[in-house]
Design a protein. Structure first.
Length: 352
């Protein structure tokens, strides 16, 4: 838990507002309360107040300092309907249609984050990934022209001799089923950025395969090698301090002795702290496996959006949900700083 304690410590200096769309869920109420008690910020639960208050009362959960918003009677609903209707894909909707869309808590939460009523969103506690992801993709702007949204699982392993003191970032574990070379390169750089946010260390990205440096030449292994080359090229073009290598087997990526035995010498081999999987099957399985086998796995942390968001597992415990919310809050600190810098640039440009 060393990683999460560090995240908590940093977030306490800049507390954030995190919205939970599934506010009528008991685990969400408990996680929201814990988020507040740890001094991480203001939790906002979406749902019907009488139901949330009744659940909290029966379970003896204090909910003072926990925000509760029912989208149906929210003061922001008319403005959100107007915002929704300005989007190209919704221009043909009448107000009643926009209203019905926004009564879905996942859409309302995405709108809150997009228009600054909350700093980040955490959902998926009681619903499948698509239920949260679709509103986010439709309402929140992408963070870059590449327009690739992916997801990461942050893993804190029991072994402290791998990754960064046991901390690794896995991607993509929840969004892109069969990524192309271009998408893999973008996913690698997004995951590297999250790694740096969490650890302040140089990201060392391994593009994973079942072969190492051409030991088995197949379209799949060649794709990972090409993605590694493209990610390196893009990192250099951005002057980003990121090391990328591949294709690498998992042991060659994480274990120095395996890298040496396979005659791989690089800044990444045996020292990787970011693992990029060839497809969604392998990434999703690896993320789940890491948590089940005794480590801690926090995710899915969504990347590629201009606002922070996460889709947690329906099996996650309260402490894990709270930890994921804290990671989202930490991302929001940088998101706010970047927005302030952009606003300053706009003001400066208008003066000339």
């Amino acid at each position: 838990m060393q990683l999460i304690e560090s995240v908590y410590s940093r977030l306490r200096r800049h507390p954030k507002r995190i919205v939970f769309p599934e506010g009528e869920n008991l685990r969400v109420i408990r996680a929201g309360r814990l988020f507040y008690e740890l001094g991480l910020g203001a939790p906002i639960l979406l749902g019907r107040r009488p139901i949330i208050e009744d659940l909290a009362r029966r379970e003896q959960i204090p909910i003072d300092h926990v925000g509760i918003i029912n989208p149906e009677n929210s003061a922001d609903l008319p403005d959100f309907c107007h915002f929704l209707e300005t989007l190209d894909r919704y221009k043909n909707l009448g107000l009643s249609d926009a209203r019905s869309v926004l009564l879905n808590p996942n859409y309302y939460a995405a709108m809150m984050v997009q228009y600054g009523r909350a700093d980040g969103v955490v959902g998926g506690i009681a619903s499948p990934t698509n239920a949260l992801l679709r509103p986010l993709l439709r309402l929140i702007k992408p963070s870059s022209p590449h327009n690739v949204v992916s997801s990461c699982v942050v893993v804190e392993a029991l072994r402290k001799d791998i990754g960064h003191n046991g901390v690794m970032v896995f991607a993509d574990c929840g969004v892109v089923p069969a990524p192309t070379v271009d998408q893999l390169a973008t996913i690698a750089l997004q995951a590297a950025h999250l790694c740096r946010q969490l650890t302040a260390e140089t990201p060392r990205v391994a593009m994973l395969s079942y072969s190492t440096k051409g030991s088995s030449v197949t379209p799949g292994s060649e794709k990972m090698a090409a993605a590694a080359a493209l990610a390196r090229q893009q990192a250099l073009a951005r002057h980003a301090d990121i090391e990328v290598d591949g294709e690498l087997e998992l042991d060659a990526a994480l274990l120095p002795e395996a890298a040496k035995a396979k005659s791989v010498q690089s800044a990444v081999a045996g020292r990787a702290n970011v693992l990029i999987f060839p497809d969604l099957h392998s990434g999703h399985i690896a993320g789940k496996l890491a948590g089940i086998l005794g480590g801690h796995a926090y995710g899915q942390i969504l990347t590629g959006l201009s606002k922070p968001a996460a889709d947690v597992s329906r099996s996650d415990e309260i402490e894990t949900i709270t930890a994921v919310a804290a990671i989202v809050g930490l991302q929001a600190i940088e998101s706010r700083r970047l927005q302030e810098m952009a606003d300053e640039d706009k003001k400066a440009s208008r003066q000339f």
